[in-house]
Design a protein. Structure first.
Length: 32
C-alpha cells in the first residue's frame, strides 16, 4: 500500500496559536 503524504499550510498572526495547533494535530497532545 502506498504511503499517504499531506501538506498543511497554517496562516495567522503571532497570537493565534499556530504552533500548538500543529503539535496537537501531529502528536495528539497539548503542550503545557
Amino acid at each position: 500500500m502506498a504511503e499517504i503524504r499531506r501538506k498543511l499550510v497554517i496562516v495567522g498572526d503571532g497570537a493565534c496559536g499556530k504552533t500548538c495547533l500543529l503539535i496537537v494535530f501531529s502528536k495528539g497532545t497539548f503542550p503545557e
